[in-house]
Write a protein that binds this ligand. Sequence first.
Ligand SMILES: [Zn+2]
Length: 256
Amino acid sequence: MKNSGQNIRSKFLNYSAFLNRMKRHNIHIHSTFSDGRLSIEEIAVRATGLEVIGISDHAYTTKLPSSLQVNGKLDAYIAELEKVQHLHPEIKILKGLEIDSHRYSGTNPLGLPFDQVNRFDYVLFEQVSLGTFGDRSIYDLIEARPYLHCAVGLAHNDMQINFDSHEREVAKLLTELDIFVDINQSEIGAEGIGGNTRLGLDYFHYFSPELLGAMREYGVKVAIGTDAHAGQSILLIDEAYHFIEQHHLLPHPLIQ
Ligand SMILES: [Zn+2]
């Protein structure tokens, strides 16, 4: 009994050390380079109090006109991210993309121009599931993952629905592929737009004990995003933060 008590205590201490390293962050924010309302500079100013932000403008989708996504202007997008980083050394600005991987409106990850995508710190893939309703199967990411040299995450994924009854298999796969999960505290309610919710609740509220247990067991990494398009939700990360803490999930190295 003594040993198991010590194990639990040392597990908790290890987790606290992990959590202490998690910076206050929001890695899912859109700027005027895609369909956000604020410039990258305005976002950096509004993000006072955060230590890391990630700008993840839309790319490689037919859901948006080319003027509202960045794949036609990657040089300008990267130059602006670097300029704003230089002006705001007090906050770490990660260079990101949100890539639509839907089978009809998006891009097959294996067909991406990897030399361009690998210029970024991370990519978030949206519309990933077991391949239902036109979503991209997570198994398609297996083939593309070796070509992606940046961090890779799943954007605002309704995991409990998308991977129901495959929790352990998917958690294992996410860790093997080194893919993190965006714990998305949607801006809906804050700004009345957005909508990564089910019946008014953010998707993470539906994560079952089986899913959370599997994520812990396999060490699936997480990071917080709000899919901010307008600004007010940039700082609204506390619920997601508490969720990560409460369930002992592991922060991704990007935000440590
Ligand atoms: Zn988004």
